[in-house]
Design a protein around this ligand. Structure first.
Ligand code: PEP
Ligand code: MG
Length: 570
């Protein structure tokens, strides 16, 4: 019997099209009965628990080793899982449950890991809350070992599949059979969830947030996943399948062609050079790579958000030194702590504010806590002798901000000198341009700083007065509004006339169409996530500089974002 046509909508987080059979994934579920053990077996039970921990450690090490060369960012998930296995508080709680409450190892693990996961899930900060999934993932691994169950795996398929699941754990996604998994659909998960990040880095089309889909389709059904439009189809006609197959072939062909650009220099069709940079969030990144020429944004706040306390000067120094050594002489732009707004620290109480994005965020918070700021500056300056470091301040709104930040760098330099530490005396200091009040005086700012980078994500939110996190204001958040293009052009020209460099490191730089507009407006440096590099280089190579300038000039005379987007075919 033929299925009736059915369509679902979701959030496309990794672009592409897939046509394949559904593989409905229900991860291994086990009922862990609450068991108690006679007192004399406690030490045996503890041995079982620690035996399982060490086996889990071995499995995780293997997963890490298999991924670390090609996919260092993904390998990090398993390094984080290993840290969970070493979490003293967690282990002590399990031990106490076995020792004092005479619980069986399985029930102790189930109870304690669930408690920890629940506490984390309640934290508002998405990155911390996301760790709750890691704890559950590690719990399942330990329970599998204790109960002698074989993991249900997604790493080997005989035919092409689209995986449909309620959610995928980080380890499910990282070990996917990349030859046969053609698409991913889940009921939960946002654009920046582990699953979305992994799907993008493996270039597997994915749609997340398709509510209730696991209950509505069955294993083996034929499905179309359109992760351009965010659609899933079953029970479709042959004609429709042919249209999608054609689109899939076109998409894959373009993707293949773009990959050929990965290691070519960024350049317009007529040879005008555009430096392509990479954005990073830690010292795990693709090094020894011709794909990028500089690190345009090192979001140092991740270092602060991942730990359980403020990173010490030495801890920071080690990470910054690692980054510089791995960058092998390429310029590294370290952005100082950008916390506040949507980013919080679990161990540090920030002032309660009605409008945190307009409050004590980033540099303002650093001025409020000079000890934290100076610790970071000390670590950065000490590391600066190991490569080519430049320091960039976020959320700069005025010349006063620049004067004060520079004065604090001078203070720290003097302290280091007195203490006999070496640092790069010529280190460049720059600013993020992400508040209109500094963008509009960038002619003045350009005289005072060595370089700048445009944070188009925040610049859009502050220019348009539209919260970048609020789905309801999405229509007001217009990165391609005529106002935005005018302000961008002014910033490029201001810095060019002072012969100072200006880069763009917000999402606009990584979108091929807007990259071409930015170059037409005057940009010659664009920094983006690694995965965006091929498509941007391919797009730039299609047009001459005159064509890009004409396109930008035409955009400047259009009156709405909608017209601009239509004109550039976005
Ligand atoms: C930006 O605002 O564009 C930017 C690059 O910084 P973040 O997204 O980290 O705020
Ligand atoms: Mg920003």
């Amino acid at each position: 019997m033929k299925l009736a046509r059915k369509e679902w909508k979701g959030n496309p987080v990794s672009r592409g099209i897939a046509i394949a059979k559904v593989f409905l994934y229900e991860p291994l579920s086990f009922r862990v009965e609450k068991t108690s053990i006679p007192g004399e077996f406690v030490s045996e039970e503890l041995d079982r628990f620690y035996g399982a921990l060490s086996k889990a450690g071995e499995q995780l090490q293997k997963l890490y080793d298999d991924l670390c060369t090609e996919h260092p960012q993904q390998a990090k998930i398993f390094a984080a899982h290993q840290e969970i296995l070493e979490d003293e508080e967690l282990l002590e709680e399990v031990e106490t449950a076995i020792n004092q409450e005479c619980m069986g190892a399985e029930s102790a693990v189930e109870q304690v890991f669930d408690q920890f996961a629940q506490i984390l899930a309640q934290v508002e900060e998405p990155l911390i809350a996301g760790r709750s999934a890691d704890i559950i993932d590690v719990k399942k691994r330990i329970l599998c070992i204790l109960m002698g169950k074989k993991e249900k795996r997604l790493d080997q398929f005989e035919e092409d599949v689209i995986i449909v699941a309620h959610d995928l754990l980080p380890s499910d996604t990282a070990t996917l059979d990349r030859n046969h998994v053609k698409g991913i659909i889940t009921e939960v998960g946002g654009t920046n969830s582990h699953c979305a990040i992994l799907a993008r880095s493996f270039s597997i089309p994915a749609i997340l947030g398709v509510d209730g889909i696991t209950g509505e389709l069955q294993d083996g059904w034929n499905a179309i996943l359109d992760a351009m439009e965010g659609r899933v189809l079953c029970g479709y006609e042959e004609d429709e399948a042919r249209v999608y197959e054609e689109r899939r072939i076109q998409f894959d062909k373009r993707w293949q062609e773009e990959q050929a650009y990965l290691c070519k220099p960024g350049m317009t069709k007529d040879g005008v050079k555009v430096d392509i940079g990479m954005n990073i969030g830690s010292d795990h990144f693709q090094s020894e790579d011709d794909a990028y020429e500089y690190i345009g944004l090192f979001r140092s706040e991740f270092l602060y958000m991942e730990g359980e306390h403020l990173p010490t000067e030495d801890e920071q120094f080690t990470v910054y030194k690692n980054v510089l050594e791995k960058a092998q002489g390429k310029t590294v732009t370290l952005r100082t702590l950008d916390i506040g707004g949507d980013k919080t620290l679990p161990y540090m109480e920030l002032p309660r504010e009605d409008n945190p994005f307009l409050g004590m965020r980033a540099l303002r918070l650093c001025f409020l806590h000079p000890d934290i700021f100076k610790t970071q500056l000390r670590a950065a300056l000490r590391a600066s002798v190991y490569g080519k470091l430049q320091i960039m301040f976020p959320m700069v709104g005025s010349m006063e901000d620049i004067y004060l930040a520079k004065a604090m760098v001078r203070e720290v330099k003097a302290e280091l000198e007195q203490e006999g530490y070496a640092y790069d005396e010529e280190i460049k200091l720059g600013i993020m341009i992400e508040i209109p009040s500094i963008a509009l005086i960038s002619d003045l700012a350009a005289k005072e700083v060595d370089f700048a980078s445009i944070g188009s994500n925040d610049l859009t939110q502050y220019l348009c007065a539209a919260d970048r996190m609020n789905a309801q204001t999405e229509g007001y958040y217009q990165s391609y509004s005529p106002a935005m293009l005018r302000i961008l052009r002014f910033v490029f020209h201001s810095f060019a006339s002072q012969k100072k460099t200006v880069s763009v490191c917000g999402e606009m730089a990584g979108n091929p169409k807007s990259a071409a507009i930015l170059v037409g407006l005057g940009a010659r440096k664009l920094s983006m996530n690694y995965a965006s590099i091929p498509a941007v280089k391919a797009e730039l190579a299609k047009m001459t500089i005159d064509e890009m300038e004409d396109m930008a000039n035409h955009c400047m005379v259009l009156t709405t974002e909608e017209e601009i987007k239509r004109y550039v075919d976005m």
